[in-house]
Design a binder for this molecule. Structure first.
Ligand code: FEO
Ligand code: CA
Ligand code: CA
Ligand code: CA
Length: 546
């Protein structure tokens, strides 16, 4: 059985008979979602399929010759029968082929999930000093996740009506699962209100979204009287785009921190492995290994897999994974705060402050881990360390690590530096990553100081870069696309045939002083200059060629 067969586009029913699984490469290509080719069968291609563009500062989407884009699902577009709108500041995009649960992999019809990370008060709800209840509600409604049916008709992608189109926002009821459910750490809660700070994420082979709650602090103050509780945020939330009746689940077994991403794969023995970063200066990289095993024929059971498992933190000093288990690790039992009080009383406490737990057991603080992805051909794990001004690392780097025995459940690994930001490479502050099946890496940057910081003058606007990972050009950055002014491109995902690349355009015009002094009008409605976060669907790719 091939790795491809593990999630197989037409093999869901028969795959169960051929367990144990090996690696599911096709998932690794695409944020965990399906692709239509087996990376083991393609020839590595180390040159970009485009003529690179020079750095630029236009308020536009700039692409190489032969490529085009359209906007899709901008903020404010009504897309549900009950009048809900697409949220603000699009980030991770999940691509779920509409026929996925029947074993299909449509590249022209899908449920997209769009993360909405945060709001800019200038554009959402009105920028006034005294914020009203209506403004707060508008903000709560603009975050979370949109589930949107899209279809390609002719040359154009369009939103189409579907009973599964819906919003999950800061008000939606969500169930807590795992060791922290009902614990003192979450004030006894078993269900909580809302998901916020939805940054990057991942897709499971059983067709659910993992949305990651990143920057969740500050809302207790911003949203007074709403019952908002920071301990109920900062988790990974699992959402089933195909089943609106299934209450979303927060997976406390995966820890609470500034969750950037969730890179999902299936280990040789069928356990699920999820790599995750804590996007903060001097914070750590984690992996979760499920207790149970993936069964392609039992979707209902798979939807419980992430409720139970082991959480590890990476020690890059000796290449080891350290288990965060209160019962098994004396350092967790003995950890003390500055005032001498015990930091943790049980496993729920350990998970609810995974950052403190990680540092207590020797997890290595690194330079703001952003996205993590798994190489579809080698199984190596690539991670963006975006920057860390505390240590003079202003440009960031991409690292990669290889698990011992090529087993994602291994306790040890070796690691290397893949590419380093700076004028010599042309990029700075790497953020989201996505592979193609040839093993080429596509990366988008997140610099927030491009217009003001002279050391970033070489960079132009935030951009998307292509890297070969094998051959003589490995690690060399080629600029593919440039985003509009003050924007960051986020959440790239391929259609399974590799002909469309969906990318979010987040916070265009973010540094605008007022609605009269806009720095961007990207995504604006006809007759308006107010910029809107949106998806773009980029076309012109040859698609995967086996
Ligand atoms: Fe939401 Fe760390 O980027
Ligand atoms: Ca990010
Ligand atoms: Ca990614
Ligand atoms: Ca970022």
């Amino acid at each position: 059985m091939t790795r491809r067969g593990a999630i197989g586009s037409a093999a869901l029913a028969t795959a169960a008979a051929t367990l144990p699984l090996t690696l599911s490469d096709a998932e690794a290509v695409n944020n965990g979602g399906p692709a239509t080719v087996d990376p083991k069968k393609v020839t590595p291609r180390s040159l970009p399929p485009f003529r690179p563009v020079p750095a630029g500062k236009a308020d536009a989407m700039t692409l190489p010759q032969g490529y085009r884009y359209q906007t899709l699902a901008p903020w404010g577009e009504v897309f549900t029968a009950d009048g809900r709108e697409i949220g603000f500041n699009h980030d991770f995009i999940g691509y779920f082929p509409i026929d996925m649960l029947e074993g299909g992999s449509s590249s022209t019809d899908a449920l997209l999930t769009i993360n909405h990370e945060y709001v800019n008060a200038l554009f959402v709800g009105g920028d006034t000093k005294e914020r009203t209840g209506a403004q707060i509600e508008a903000e709560m409604r603009a975050m979370g996740v949109s589930v949107v049916r899209v279809r390609k008709e002719g040359r154009e992608w369009r939103i189409v009506p579907d009973a599964r189109n819906r919003r999950i926002d800061a008000m939606t009821e969500i169930e807590l699962t795992g060791p922290a459910r009902g614990s003192a750490a979450v004030k006894g809660a078993t269900t909580v209100r809302g998901t916020i700070g939805n940054c990057s994420g991942g897709q499971t082979p059983w067709g659910t979204l993992l949305t990651c709650e990143e920057n969740v602090d500050g809302y207790t103050k911003a949203w007074p009287g709403t019952g908002y509780d920071a301990m109920h945020q900062g988790w990974v939330t699992e959402i089933d785009p195909f089943d609106p009746a299934w209450m979303p689940k927060k997976r406390t077994a995966m820890g609470r921190f500034r969750h950037e991403n969730a890179a999902v794969t299936v280990a040789k023995d069928g356990r699920m492995v999820v790599y995750m970063g804590d996007d903060m200066q001097d914070a750590c990289i984690y992996k979760f290994v499920s207790r149970g095993r993936y069964d392609p024929a039992n979707r209902a059971a798979n939807r419980d897999l992430l409720a139970d498992g082991d959480l590890y933190v990476a020690n890059f000093g000796n290449g080891s994974w350290v288990l965060l288990d209160y019962a098994k690790n004396k350092k967790l039992q003995e950890a003390r705060a500055a005032d001498g009080k015990a930091l943790f009383a049980n496993q729920a406490d350990v998970l609810a402050d995974a950052r403190a737990s990680a540092l207590a057991v020797g997890g290595t603080p690194v330079d703001r881990p952003e996205d993590i992805e798994i190489h579809p051909r080698t199984g190596e794990v690539y991670a963006s360390l975006t920057n860390n001004a505390k240590h003079g690392n202003y440009f960031g780097q991409i690292i990669k690590f290889r698990e011992t025995g090529d087993d994602w459940t291994a306790q040890t690994f070796l690691w290397d530096v893949f590419a380093v930001g700076g004028p010599q490479s042309g990029f700075s502050s790497p953020d989201n990553l996505v592979f193609d099946p040839y093993g080429n890496l596509w990366m988008v940057t997140d610099n927030s100081d491009l217009s003001t910081n002279p050391i970033k003058a070489y960079h132009g606007n935030n951009a998307m870069f292509f890297f070969a990972t094998e051959g003589p050009n490995a690690g060399k950055a080629h600029r593919f696309a440039i985003g509009p002014v003050d924007a960051e491109m986020t959440g790239p995902v391929w259609s399974p045939d590799g002909k469309t690349l969906f990318v979010s355009i987040q916070h265009p015009g973010e540094d605008s002083e007022s609605l009269d002094k806009l720095t961007s009008s990207f995504g604006a409605r006809p007759g308006s200059r107010i910029p809107r976060p949106t998806l773009v669907a980029i076309e012109g790719f040859p698609g995967w060629r086996v």
